[in-house]
Design a protein around this ligand. Sequence first.
Ligand code: ZN
Ligand code: ZN
Length: 244
Amino acid sequence: MFYKYETHLHTSEVSLCGHSTGAEMVRAYKRAGYTGIFVTDHFFNGNCTISRKLDWEKQVELLVRGYEKAKAEGKRLGMDVFFGWEYTHNPYGADYLTYNLDKEFLLAYPQLCRLSFKEYSKLVRKNGGLLVHAHPYRTAFYIHYPPNPKVHLVDGVEVNNAGAGSSCNNNHMAWKLARKNPRLIRISGSDIHSTEGAGLAGVAFRYRIKSSRHFVDALRAGDAYLIIDGKITDQEGNPVKEVV
Ligand SMILES: [Zn+2]
Ligand SMILES: [Zn+2]
């Protein structure tokens, strides 16, 4: 038996490109048989709905809204909802999923968007956060980085991003990057922006995840399976039987 989790999800409350609310997302993942989701909306430096003119406190309050709405619906349905965000390193447009930090961390560091990526990485990891390079080889109008990811500044890489299909070249290159750097944690994520396609990606564990801290520990312990095209695989992408 597996417990399934979405690792990369956007809500319309916070992400400009989001089409479904946090509550709608939770219901879709419940239907897809998942145990939980990580809400990873675009940070203030990404495609975010929040005005930068507001006080930092107000901005933070709005940033957690998608998560909080999802959490409330999750409570009703017995789904676990965790908080994260997707930080964009400008002007390159490189995206980094950030886990295991909370509202208190955000409130304490109003300068987050003004840091260099090196400084951001240092601060996040010093505070127990986990940094995962999302779709490191995606090509898009907003991405301008050279294909040379700064692997020493991250803890993991999204080897499978469902956005462009599991077999797209960008994912192949992400797998290659992970194999070249065995230290990197491997995750799979949908990068889902509407309820359509819920259940195609994510990670799975043999046990239930209790908290973001537990999630990080479980990933570091190598206990994660990957969900690719709706199927559970080992960390090399080889299918495994769901019921043993
Ligand atoms: Zn987006
Ligand atoms: Zn995303």
